[in-house]
Ligand binder design. Structure first.
Ligand SMILES: Nc1ncnc2c1ncn2[C@@H]1O[C@H](COP(=O)(O)OP(=O)(O)OP(=O)(O)O)[C@@H](O)[C@H]1O
Ligand SMILES: [Mg+2]
Length: 407
């Protein structure tokens, strides 16, 4: 396609002759005879190059030049100035003109300037395009590096957290074991004392308190044992809705009494996971009990179970029995009091509890986290204070026909 030129001069004759010369050399030529006219044609035609006379009746050549450059840096301008105005030439070059010619000029001279300027223009535009592409690529690369770094930091934090929890579990498991025996004798002696005291003795009440606190310590010890996974349970191919439904059935009266409406939405035909049914029951029951506590005035508990395709940030790598990138996701959402921002990072830490009236040991979620991690899954929490809480569990899907010797 022919390159497009615009010739601007207030003298009709000059415009005509210049246009003729340039057309004969194969250019597409447009003309204008005033500054304003020139700017109008520039916008209409988007020329590659403008031959612009400096002296014009309406706008100065410098204003027109600035207007053109402001409109597009890809339109190149060659200034035509009168003899003796070399100073003007310097100014227009500074303002963005590509070259200048001094009147009167020869045909050959003007053709050479036009040809050279167009050649430089095409090279510069290519360079600018490449630079832009390079900058875009760089930005993409930076974004990717930043994203990968974030993923790595996420994964690392998760690993450190799991490692800390594991050591804590080990230690507390050992302690729990040591506590059980003396606890047993305290309980036995207390029972003997009750038997030996007259029923109306005020000490009976003290001893009963001892016994109820012994029960409480016993509950803590049981949770600690679970948390440290001293009691290992076998994993089997399992449809997750089985433990879920068992727990909901067991708790249904309690939930109804507390004014909690339950909705369950389970995607049809979900594949199995490799899991211990008992442990999954533990996990669901810890989550539901927490939700129930968070809704003392009643509310809604929504459980959604579905298949998730595609790995997510910080997701653990699937084991050899699992389908890569496929997870069963269970979300448990309540409309309870929510978790304050300051506490959200603490809920999985053993013994963290806000239930000060001895209702909680602060081990429920630590146990849940431990169990899920042990199943190569993840458990996450999202919450807005005053609006409710959602716990999301993801467990890898079992590869059908997998050999289960790794269980
Ligand atoms: N659904 C929820 N809504 C609001 N807060 C929650 C919810 N689940 C957990 N929490 C907060 O996280 C804390 C820790 O929960 P976790 O289940 O580990 O212990 P707990 O319920 O206090 O005691 P435990 O479960 O051992 O009886 C709770 O005390 C509570 O502050
Ligand atoms: Mg709890």
């Amino acid at each position: 396609m022919a390159e497009k030129l615009l010739v601007v001069d207030d003298e009709q004759d000059i415009v005509k002759v210049l246009a003729k010369i340039l057309e004969l050399s194969g250019y597409e030529v447009h003309t204008a005879t005033s500054g304003l006219d020139a700017l109008r044609v520039v916008k209409e035609q988007d020329p590659d190059l403008v031959l612009l006379d400096y002296m014009m009746p309406d706008l100065t050549g410098l204003d027109v030049l600035r207007g053109i450059k402001n409109y597009s840096e890809d339109i190149y301008v060659v200034m035509v100035t009168g003899r003796g105005s070399e100073e003007v030439a310097a100014t227009v070059m500074k303002a963005g003109a590509s070259d200048y010619v001094i009147k009167p000029f020869e045909k050959k001279q003007i053709l050479t300037v036009v040809k050279d300027t167009l050649r430089i223009r095409s090279a510069e535009i290519t360079t600018r395009r490449l630079q832009k592409e390079l900058a875009d690529l760089n930005r993409d690369l930076e974004d990717k590096v930043a994203e990968r770094t974030r993923d790595l930091v996420d994964t690392q934090e998760r690993l450190i957290h799991q490692h800390n929890l594991a050591s804590l579990g080990e230690m507390s498991g050992g302690m729990a074991h040591e506590i059980r025996n003396p606890l047993n004798s305290i309980s036995l002696y207390a029972q003997i004392m009750i038997d030996e005291l007259p029923p109306d003795d005020p000490k009976v009440d003290y001893v009963q308190r001892i016994l109820s606190d012994v029960d409480r310590i016993n509950a803590i010890v049981t949770n600690l044992n679970l948390f440290s996974r001293r009691i290992k349970r076998d994993k089997q191919p399992l449809h997750l809705q089985t433990p879920l439904e068992t727990v909901l059935r067991t708790m249904s009266m309690q939930l109804v009494n507390k004014g909690v409406r339950v909705s369950v939405d389970i995607e049809g035909g979900l594949p199995e996971v490799l899991a211990s049914g008992e442990e999954m029951e533990e996990v669901f029951s810890h989550l539901f009990v927490n939700s129930m506590h968070a809704m003392p005035e009643g509310g809604e508990l929504a459980v959604v179970m579905r298949l998730l395709r595609g790995a997510r940030n910080g997701e653990p790598q699937p084991g050899r029995d699992e389908k890569p990138g496929q997870y069963i996701e269970v979300s448990v959402r309540d409309t309870g009091m929510g978790i304050p921002r300051d506490n959200i990072d603490k809920v999985f830490i053993p013994f963290f509890t806000t239930k000060t009236d001895w209702q909680g040991t602060g081990l429920g979620l630590s146990v849940a986290n431990r169990v899920i991690t042990d199943h190569k899954g993840t458990i996450d929490v999202e919450s807005e204070e005053g609006h409710g809480t959602t716990f999301t569990i993801r467990l890898p899907v079992l590869e059908s026909g997998a050999k289960l010797d790794a269980a």
